[in-house]
Design a protein around this ligand. Structure first.
Ligand code: URA
Ligand code: SF4
Length: 184
């Protein structure tokens, strides 16, 4: 078993935080073990919890379109979340849960060694880059931190209930497309 698969197995058996109690399936992540680009969202939603696969519900449908727009396929990237189990009623993950789950994400990053890590939405941005950072300000920018290169993006689901956000979400992925030509 590869180290990446081993991490996935650990996640499926994990009971490190309270989110283990309400889950049907942990969602370790999916995609290429040698991906050049990693996408890190917030937490599994209802459909993800049912299937054990990230971004397969309504947000995932939007993400698929945005990936295509940036010239990427799901198969060539790796997609995961800052916490691997669904929070009750899709509430934001709590700091202690993010902290408890962090080792798995760090392990995945160490295995995959992506050229770029795209955060999707505020919780991933604040957990990985800066707890005070604004997701609107940093959307589609390149940020170097501790030897890793990040591109913060808005969450694909942000446009589902807010038409005004759609243009900004698309703009971030269009910027990503330009960045990919330079970094990969
Ligand atoms: N939203 C997320 O942040 N992650 C998923 O996996 C699904 C929806
Ligand atoms: Fe373990 Fe992370 Fe699931 Fe919490 S969210 S139980 S730390 S895998």
């Amino acid at each position: 078993m590869s180290l990446l698969e081993e991490i996935a197995e650990q996640v499926r058996a994990c009971r490190r935080c309270v989110l283990a109690q309400g889950r049907n399936n942990a969602v370790p992540g999916a995609g290429a073990s040698d991906a050049r680009i990693m996408f890190v969202g917030e937490a599994p939603g209802q459909v993800e919890d049912q299937q054990g696969i990230p971004f397969v519900g309504p947000a995932g449908k939007v993400l698929d379109k945005l990936l295509k727009r940036a010239g990427l396929t799901r198969e060539e990237v790796f997609i995961t979340n800052i916490v691997k189990c669904r929070p009750p009623e899709n509430r934001d993950p709590r700091p202690d849960e993010v902290e408890a789950c962090r080792e798995y994400l760090d392990g995945q990053i160490a295995c995959i060694k992506p050229r770029l890590i795209c955060t999707l939405g505020r919780p991933a941005l604040q957990a990985l880059i800066d707890p005070k950072a604004s997701v609107m300000k940093l959307n589609g920018q390149v940020i170097e931190k501790e030897g890793l290169t990040f591109v913060p993006l808005l969450h694909p689901a942000a446009g589902l209930h807010n038409e005004n956000m759609k243009a900004s979400i698309t703009e971030g992925f269009d910027k990503l497309k330009g960045i990919l030509e330079r970094y990969t």
